[in-house]
Write a new protein. Structure first.
Length: 375
């Protein structure tokens, strides 16, 4: 791997979990409270924001989503893609889980729980919308938080960097067809024009812009300039996420107050799919004798969701007040505690994992520099 990719990998996977990420569930609960309260006190303000649209794109939300997504995509080094052979088995397992198992398993779980098991406790006119939100949540793998999970599980930094770059490249072409297919199979009307516009606005253009900006930073200031930019953008990205959640719950507040059980019911299929997909990926990696420092992040990437994109697509396709938007936010709500529990399982099972004959030890496959947190 090139020196630049090596340095980028160390920074990307070596960052510890910050205060915001560690207590993401707390901040989301605070946003729920603030959004419901503000929506009750100033309903006209929220409706005015909701009317600021152009071609069915809410302009304030589009700006907030860009502020969330671009700093994450700025971390991605597509130059790492020509090093796929180094960890081809782990990458193959992750791709299989991300694109052929996770979206379809979530659609199946949504059909079982939302359409049938929990249907008596859910508003009948929103069931399709809740199912659509779950599909959107599972249709794209996480881009940013996986670097944190990889670090916490002592994952191989260069594998994580390469896998994220490959997933983002595939996402440009696969997100819309997978979402359209699963919505169609679920008998949900597919607004193709809006879906393709969402892909262009929230995936293609941010990827192009972030990669252009990344090259400019590296060309004129090297990796130090890139890291300075990421540090400065980090609080902006977090503030954009919190503001989006406040807006969302300002519109959703009355519905949540009328039926608070909805959030718990929506969380059930999300929880099941996280543990199922992470466990399936972990066991497949062990079956193919992949090193634990690759199997750990492979399982975590396979289970986590690009919730920022899911929230943006749900709002763009179905609106602020939709059940789809609410379902994607439930994914935000439970992301950190659930993924931390998966990290704990991966770390505690490392001795069992490496007892299988033919699996290299951590020291053999993943030398210390690959997970160094030194900047």
């Amino acid at each position: 791997m090139s020196a630049r990719c090596e340095v980028t990998g160390k920074h990307a996977a070596g960052n510890p979990m910050g205060l915001f990420e560690r207590y993401l569930t707390v901040w989301v609960f605070l946003c729920i409270t603030a959004g419901i309260l503000l929506g009750h006190l100033f309903p006209e303000l929220f409706h005015a924001v909701g009317r600021l649209e152009l071609a069915r794109v809410n302009l304030p939300v589009a700006l907030l989503i860009w502020l969330m997504i671009v700093p994450m995509l700025l971390k991605v080094d597509f130059g790492a893609l020509h090093h796929l052979r180094e960890h081809w088995r782990g990458i193959g397992v992750t791709l299989f889980i991300n694109w052929l198992v996770k979206p379809f398993s979530m659609a199946l779980l949504g059909w079982i729980f939302i359409r049938h098991v929990f249907a008596p406790w859910l508003p009948a006119d929103r069931i399709d919308s809740y199912l659509a939100g779950l599909i959107l949540l599972a249709a794209a793998p996480c881009t940013a938080m996986v670097f944190v999970w990889s670090n916490l599980s002592r994952g191989h930094a260069n594998f994580t960097l390469t896998q994220v770059a490959l997933n983002d490249a595939i996402m440009i072409f696969a997100f819309a067809p997978i979402v359209g297919l699963l919505l169609g199979l679920s008998a949900i009307s597919v607004p193709w024009n809006t879906l393709l516009l969402s892909v262009a606005l929230y995936i293609v253009l941010p990827v192009i812009f972030s990669q252009w900006w990344r090259r400019q930073l590296l060309r004129h200031g090297g990796d130090a300039a890139l890291q300075r930019a990421l540090r400065r953008l980090h609080p902006v990205s977090l503030l954009a996420l919190l503001t989006t959640l406040v807006l969302l719950f300002g519109f959703q507040g009355e519905q949540i107050l009328r039926a608070p059980l909805i959030i718990a019911l929506l969380a059930v299929p999300i929880l099941i799919q996280v543990y199922f997909n992470s466990g399936f990926a972990y066991l497949l990696n062990r079956r193919f004798r992949v090193a634990h420092c690759v199997a750990g992040p492979s399982a975590l990437i396979g289970a986590s969701n690009f919730f920022e994109l899911a929230v943006a697509a749900a709002i763009g396709l179905f609106g602020f007040e939709s059940g789809a938007a609410l379902a994607t936010v439930v994914g935000v709500l439970i992301e950190v505690p659930v993924m931390l529990s998966v990290v704990k399982i991966v770390n505690r099972s490392s001795d069992w994992y490496e007892r299988k004959r033919g699996i290299p030890t951590y020291a053999e496959c993943c030398p210390a520099p690959a997970i160094s947190s030194t900047h």
